[in-house]
Design a protein around this ligand. Structure first.
Ligand SMILES: [Zn+2]
Length: 195
């Protein structure tokens, strides 16, 4: 049943002036956030925007949680985001002297990957920003290597492709092999690059 009209009246309208201005200031804050979302809407398509929003925190992303869950189920034990190591790897397994980064394909500019496409608006801005992300990743990897760590980069597209990537990670961890990139090639895991 539809509410009667007086029930549909927003509650804040009947509050005191103080209450109303509090509401108003909340609305200003909300509309500021909406402006931010709208700005994002102007420059990238919906799929890219969704990935960007998901990747804003940078930690505890869904691909990262899936990786943790898989390794844990396979008996591996790890530490998360240790602040003492360069780049704060997503997972660290001291037993194997191994560090793992689970990288979003957009934010870490996974070249040749169908999940990485430069936004069509302000491409120079994004190219600069994502290139600096990539350079930072490379610096962190080199620093970890210098400290004697083996490093695996697990790409978001590998996680999306299914368990094969996790199986490769489980094989690599105790292998003693040097750095790994999983999947080794984005196109082989996903087929032809789109668009
Ligand atoms: Zn990728």
């Amino acid at each position: 049943m539809w509410p009667r009209s007086e029930e549909a009246t927003p509650r804040w309208r009947s509050t005191t002036l103080g209450g109303t201005s509090r509401v108003r200031s909340e609305l200003v804050k909300v509309s500021g956030r909406l402006e931010g979302v709208r700005w994002l809407a102007d420059i990238v398509d919906a799929a890219t925007r969704s990935r960007m929003m998901a990747g804003i925190s940078g930690r505890n992303t869904r691909p990262e949680l899936l990786t943790r869950r898989y390794l844990h189920a396979r008996g591996f034990r790890f530490r998360l985001h240790p602040g003492t190591l360069p780049g704060r790897p997503d997972l660290v397994l001291p037993k194997y002297r191994a560090a793992i980064f689970v990288n979003g394909c957009f934010w870490h500019a996974h070249t040749g990957c169908k999940y990485f496409k430069l936004p069509s608006s302000r491409p120079d801005f994004w190219a600069t920003k994502l290139e600096s992300n990539r350079e930072r990743d490379a610096r962190n990897l080199a620093s970890l290597e210098a400290l004697g760590w083996r490093v695996a980069v697990v790409w978001e597209c590998g996680v999306r492709a299914g368990d094969a990537s996790f199986e490769e990670l489980c094989r690599w961890l105790p292998s003693g092999e040097p750095n790994a990139v999983i999947p080794a090639s984005p196109s082989s895991a996903l087929g032809p690059i789109e668009g």
